[in-house]
Write a protein that binds this ligand. Structure first.
Ligand SMILES: [Zn+2]
Length: 430
């Protein structure tokens, strides 16, 4: 949906002027407020969901029964997680608390626009909590029209309190998560933040389950390469097509005595599942190599910006003296989904069996640059490969930047033999 459609939907929901809503929406997005938060802010501004429309007290609901159609509800629940975060709203910073509530029927995300002092483990009744829809799911808005009370008794729930997670299970949009990780890489960077120049840390975290990039917006002294730390109240957002752990000024960082082990294997997923995860920093996929795409083999790059150029023309820098390079873009498919695998010069040399000079010679002999891509095609198309690397999902599609690319040892023929062996075994036993 584009901004126009969002504005129209909002305006008709709230019964206000579309242009006014659109201007507000654009303003918020300009300040990098995520779309869902922007929409939610506007719903608050124009007073949605608090009056309940038909009058009378909102209904007490089991969490599992709440639907996005409920204007507002009253719920009794345990606080599973609650994490503070700062967003920019109409030009100034506002602190919000995000997390999850649960009763014995289910779990629901919430955003609190006031500080109700929610602590994980608390049993609360939230009266007149607004319901909004995000990604097809209902979420609760706790605001100034919500009455919140803490209960003495503890509600029994079949969910664990606290946001303990491992890196492989984190997804974009997760909030108030706690992880124990080893800092694998860490560098200090100066960026143009929303309040001018500011220093941040960025790098890579690892645990037994996997690796993820991180940004620490308010550099914590405990975070440096080689250390192991526990982080509470981290949130996850997408950056360059992969989930990223965000450690903010509201996160708690504690140095750990013990060292967190980092696994050497990447998690292996089905391609469909990996795509559905919204991008992964380090993943292993196995599939059949269906095709080598255009722009593979011997290519030329712009010496200024390193982008691939066609016929000596860079889109940004015009006519340039291109630098020769090798690359493969190939389609890997496992029946559940397909990704474009990108091999850098080294991996391409390995599958081609030669370097740039060999490739130039082949192209000269054939009087056709495409000859190199054709040779690579003959070698790899139709074979099953195991590929490990960095999967990004964005407007450019699903791309796997390969760090490892090898023929799958569990080839279909091997699997068939294994299956036969198993079958024979059962025959003998029977
Ligand atoms: Zn260029």
């Amino acid at each position: 949906m584009d901004i126009d459609t969002h504005a129209e939907d909002l305006a008709s929901d709230l019964g206000v002027d579309k242009e006014e809503v659109k201007a507000d929406l654009e303003n918020l997005l300009e300040y990098s407020v995520p779309l869902d938060e922007a929409t939610q802010s506007l719903r608050r501004k124009y007073g949605d969901g608090s009056s309940g429309g038909g009058g009378g007290a909102p209904k007490a609901r089991d969490i599992a029964d709440i639907t996005p159609d409920d204007g507002s509800v009253t719920v009794t629940a345990r606080v599973l997680t609650a994490g503070k975060r700062s967003i920019r709203y109409q030009g100034s910073d506002q602190e919000i608390v995000e997390g999850e509530l649960a009763d014995d029927t289910g779990v629901i995300d919430f955003t609190a626009w006031e500080d109700f002092g929610l602590v994980p483990g608390d049993t609360i009744t939230a009266g007149n909590a607004g319901v909004r829809e995000w990604d097809g799911q209902p979420e609760l808005n706790l605001g100034e029209s919500t009455s919140l009370s803490k209960l003495e008794e503890t509600l029994d729930i079949p969910y664990e309190v606290g946001g303990e997670a491992d890196l492989a299970s984190l997804r974009t949009g997760d909030r108030a998560k706690a992880v124990e990780v080893q800092v694998l890489e860490c560098e200090e960077r100066t960026i143009d933040g929303r309040d001018g120049e500011t220093t941040i840390l960025s790098g890579v975290f690892g645990d037994e389950s996997g690796r993820l990039p991180f940004t620490n917006w308010d550099p914590a002294p405990e975070i440096e390469a080689g250390t192991s730390v526990r982080i509470e109240n981290a949130y996850v957002r997408e950056f360059r097509g992969v989930p990223e752990v965000n450690v903010s000024e509201f996160s708690t960082v504690t140095a750990l005595e013990r060292s967190i082990d980092v696994g050497t294997d990447a998690p292996r997923l089905g391609i469909g599942e990996a795509i559905a995860s919204g991008g992964m920093y380090d993943v292993e996929l196995v599939g059949n190599l269906l095709a080598v795409r255009d722009g593979s083999g011997l290519i030329q790059r712009c010496p200024e910006c390193n982008r691939v150029i066609q016929k000596g023309q860079c889109r940004t820098h015009g006519s340039v003296d291109g630098l020769d390079d090798l690359r493969v873009k190939a389609i890997l498919d496992d029946g559940t989904g397909a990704v474009t695998v990108i091999l850098d010069d080294e991996l391409t040399e390995a599958v081609y069996g030669g370097d740039v000079e060999d490739a130039k010679e082949e192209a000269r002999d054939a009087m056709d640059q495409e000859a190199v891509a054709d040779t690579i095609r003959e070698r790899i198309v139709g074979t099953e490969y195991r590929v490990r690397g960095h999967l990004s999902i964005d407007e450019y599609g699903a791309n796997l930047d390969a760090s490892h690319f090898e023929e799958s040892d569990d080839s279909p023929a091997d699997r068939a033999r294994e299956l036969l062996a198993k079958f024979d075994g059962q025959e003998v036993k029977a």
